[in-house]
Every structure is written in C-alpha cells, then in structure tokens.
Design a protein around this ligand. Structure first.
Ligand SMILES: [Zn+2]
Ligand SMILES: [Zn+2]
Length: 312
C-alpha cells in the first residue's frame, strides 16, 4: 500500500471509522484508552479468496485509496464476517457519505491545506521506497558491499531519478527536517551509485567492477593498480555506509511526519560488513545512523565537501 493512498484515506476519513465515527490512531504502539487502532480495510478484497475478493481489479487497484475504507477493528470484523449485508457497493456508499460528513464537519480551509501538504510528503515517500530500493535495503547492499560487488542495472538510474524528483519538489516550508533528510538521502545514495559507476561495466542485468589491474598481463604497474582498485572499493563501501545512515534518518522523519508505522515491522536498515580481520570469517550486521550533531549539519555539509574537492 502506498504512503500517498494511506495519507489520503486517513485524511479524508478524518481519522475516524466510516461506520461508527470513533476516532482512530495509526500508531499501533500508542493505542490506549482514548484511541482505537485504525484498520485500512479493502472494499474489494485484498486477494481473490479474501472477503469480497472476486473481482477483475489488479493488486495495485486493490491497494489504492479508491478501494480502501478506514474502519475500527470491530467494524472491520463485522463487514468481513457478513459479506451479504456489507456488499462492495454498500461500502463505497458508506465511505463517500462518511467523507462528505468529514468535509462538512472540519474547518475546511485549514485541514485541506494540511492534507494537500502531507500528500506531497507522502508522494515523496512512495518515490523513495521504489526508486531507492528501501524495501530491499539489506538485499541490495549485501551485493554492493561484497568483495566482488554488484549493482543491479536499474539502481543507479533510479537513484538519479529520485535525485531529480527531490530537486524539483516544492517543499512546504514547515517540514524542515523532512526536507533535509530527503535531500541528504537523494544526494548520498546518488553519490554511492556514481562512485560505483566510475569503474564498472554492465554485464547482463548487473554492473560489475572493471578490474583494470588485470588489463594487461604482465602489468608493470600491477602493485599500484591493485592499490588504486582497493582505494576505489573502499570509497564504494563508505559511500554506501553514508547512504545507509541517510536512509535510517529518512525513515525516522517519515515516521515523525507521515506515517508512524513506516517500516516499523521491518525495523531499521542494516547492512552486512565483511571480515574484520583475516582470521575472522564472519559477517557483521551493523546499524549505521547519523548522530544528532551530524544531522544538524546535513545536507549543507555535503556541499562543503564538494566545494573543497573542487578548489583543491
Ligand atoms: Zn467502527
Ligand atoms: Zn478485511
């Protein structure tokens, strides 16, 4: 389910159950006596064999805002247990009546503007999930951090697309940290991709390193070339570490600003770091995060590093 769909659903439902109008929360951990956990129920079922599941709709349509209705757990159970009383048409009817009730109730201007702004943020989050491969962070970084690293063909291009989207975003001004974390992620991930692309070739569906020290045999500069190659590898790895810190920061701000449940089940983004010494063959899972002091300096810090590199 996309963050944009979730945002629209909660916003237009006024955070209330469409049937009983009880107030709901999105945050499973903060459920207490005053708030009930809200459930994003599918109108046409999520799968063919789910309640009300027989339909021509594809998965994307089933998970879209238009096919979701916000309900309390009780009413979700009620509609799923008794399909004949709660048809697809009836649920659509209930949803639109409820949304109309919400617009009439709410002080319109304020909430409309707020919803429009948070929909912008949610759209960025959806782009980040797909273009930055957030839902497979551990997977893609394991390949990219291997002794013989690989990047899948689409990833460098997608990180570039994300960077372009971030550049062209018109930011609502009250979301400063969200903006800084997103820009930082887009730049650092793009840097990791660029660094790898400096010295790699496309083979099939993956980019793999060009081992220039093997270019000629015998190579009179072998030792120097190996050293240069290893230095480049180090830069590849360290740019991925920095991008991982940015991804964790980004997920934190998404939880703060957009959806408290964002990647809560999967947890933080971790990466595998290789052998720490020659006798140690284990891999270590590591959680990399910026400190608060570091966060305060991003993304400006990146521009300073770039300026210094240029003036050298
Ligand atoms: Zn209810
Ligand atoms: Zn259901």
């Amino acid at each position: 389910m996309g963050q944009k769909d979730i945002k629209l659903l909660w916003g237009r439902s006024g955070n209330r159950c469409a049937i009983c109008k009880i107030e709901l929360t999105q945050d499973a951990s903060s459920t207490n006596s005053t708030f009930t956990f809200g459930e994003q129920a599918h109108i046409v079922g999520e799968k063919e064999d789910a309640p009300r599941g027989k339909s021509q709709l594809d998965q994307k349509e089933r998970d879209s805002y238009h096919n979701l209705i916000l309900l309390c757990p009780n009413h979700h159970t009620t509609i799923d247990r008794n399909e004949s009383d709660w048809s697809i048409e009836k649920l659509h009817q209930i949803k639109s009546t409820h949304e109309l009730w919400v617009t009439e109730k709410l002080s319109e201007t304020i909430d409309r503007v707020k919803l429009a702004k948070s929909t912008i943020l949610a759209g960025i989050v959806d782009n980040a999930v797909t273009l930055c491969n957030l839902d497979n962070w551990h997977g893609w970084t394991s390949f990219a951090l291997a002794t013989d690293p690989q990047w899948s063909r689409d990833l460098p291009e997608n990180t570039y697309k994300f960077r372009q989207k971030v550049i062209s975003t018109i930011w609502p001004k009250e979301f400063d940290e969200f903006k800084r974390a997103t820009i930082t992620l887009s730049i650092l991930l793009n840097q990791a991709a660029q660094t790898f692309m400096e010295n790699s070739d496309l083979q099939g569906d993956s980019y793999i390193p060009f081992k220039f020290y093997k270019r000629i045999d015998p190579n009179p500069n072998y030792a120097d070339d190996v050293k240069r190659y290893e230095q480049w590898l180090e830069r590849c790895y360290s740019t991925i570490y920095e991008a991982t810190k940015a991804a964790n920061w980004f997920a934190d701000v998404v939880r703060d600003y957009v959806n408290p449940m964002f990647f809560v089940e999967e947890g933080k983004f971790i990466i595998e770091q290789g052998m720490k010494s020659i006798t140690d063959l284990n891999y270590y899972s590591e959680l990399l995060e910026f400190t608060e002091e570091e966060k305060a300096k991003y993304p400006e810090k990146i521009f300073e590093i770039e300026d210094n590199a240029l003036s050298r």
